[in-house]
Design a protein around this ligand. Structure first.
Ligand SMILES: NC(=O)c1ccc[n+]([C@@H]2O[C@H](COP(=O)([O-])OP(=O)(O)OC[C@H]3O[C@@H](n4cnc5c(N)ncnc54)[C@H](OP(=O)(O)O)[C@@H]3O)[C@@H](O)[C@H]2O)c1
Length: 295
């Protein structure tokens, strides 16, 4: 299958290498061309514009930061929708509000093409291994058409409703996790005086009601940051967490619901970014908080 991928940041690049390894003819486009060029070694070709990418592909995947990036990449003068795209299938995977996906589906449909959304759970490692969790929204026939590719990217694919439903579920899934990083920092500040090394303490959390699933996967990295080490490579940075939390709060305001914990977590991470860790990995947040928690 000829697959185009627009946006090869951390997640898009991992998905591109995964789909190339599955035997597809993968082409990529990225706003910053060097990131696309770096993928040529994995057998991936590079398109000069989103428009060229769409015209060379049967299925087009987009994995971009936010709504502004989607707007530019799809609707720009040389955007994905600028050329002839009748009959093509688009799979939009960014973490954005449901209304962004709904508006995009209408733009795509006006060009005679189809769009489903598949925002994902899981980070760069699972993306490389095809072990993401896909929260899919779209009409059933389009989802079935996309399913073979979704199954190559994801360990589990949940079709949760029409377009926008996937975005709602994705924002909801991320919320407890993102608030948790701050909760863990605060929890650890209660046992500063306990003489247990960080690796063991994180293991205690991970094996009890003090830890979500994430701790089983990222616990070792968090423990290392508590011993003063930096997490590299960065897979999910603090600025992306802030973008996700802002998106959740905008969505909550639109729905007329209050989310005080989420708002408070965003304030803490804005402060952390102000102190220079916006581009650091999320696993740095509990250690950051231990350094900054004193009244
Ligand atoms: N990282 C994770 O663990 C993770 C997990 C699940 C979901 N997500 C979601 O997946 C999406 C991508 O995340 P990521 O970690 O891959 O981020 P990333 O490494 O920062 O990549 C972002 C991509 O969006 C592009 N972009 C940003 N603004 C743009 C604009 N105005 N016009 C065109 N392209 C633009 C970037 O292009 P440049 O290279 O030119 O900047 C890059 O290709 C986000 O919505 C994120 O919330 C991330």
């Amino acid at each position: 299958m000829k697959i185009g991928i627009a946006g090869v940041g951390r997640m898009g690049a991992a998905i591109a290498t995964r789909l190339a390894a599955c035997g597809h003819a993968v082409a990529v486009w990225n706003r910053t061309p060097a990131k696309a060029k770096a993928l040529e070694a994995s057998g991936v070709s590079v398109a000069a514009t989103p428009r060229d990418l769409a015209s060379a592909s049967e299925i087009v995947i987009s994995m971009l930061t936010d709504a502004a990036a989607i707007d530019w990449t799809y609707r720009g003068a040389d955007g994905l929708l600028a050329g002839e795209v009748r009959g093509k299938l688009f799979i939009e995977m960014s973490t954005v509000r449901p209304e962004v996906e709904k508006a995009l589906a209408a733009s795509v449909s006006a060009k005679g093409a189809a769009l489903i959304e598949c925002p994902v759970g899981g980070t760069v490692g699972p993306a490389k291994e095809g072990k993401l969790f896909g929260f899919v929204g779209g009409n059933a026939a389009d989802v079935e058409r996309a399913r073979p590719i979704l199954n190559e990217m994801c360990r589990r694919v949940e079709h949760v409703g029409t377009i926008g439903a996937g975005a709602s579920v994705k924002l909801a899934i991320n919320l407890p996790l993102l608030v948790y990083y701050q909760a863990l920092g605060e929890a650890l500040s209660l046992c500063r005086s306990v003489d247990v090394d960080p690796q063991r303490m994180i293991d205690i959390f991970a094996d009890s009601s003090g830890g979500p699933n994430m701790l089983k996967v990222r616990g070792a990295a968090i423990a290392a940051t508590l011993q003063g080490k930096e997490t590299t490579p960065v897979t999910f940075d603090v600025d992306l967490i802030r973008k996700d939390l802002r998106t959740m709060l905008e969505e909550a305001a639109g729905l007329g619901v209050r989310m005080p914990l989420t708002a408070s977590a965003l304030q803490r991470y804005d402060e952390a970014a102000g102190n220079g860790i916006g581009k650091s990995d999320a696993t740095m947040l509990p250690a950051y908080w231990l350094k900054h928690s004193r009244m």
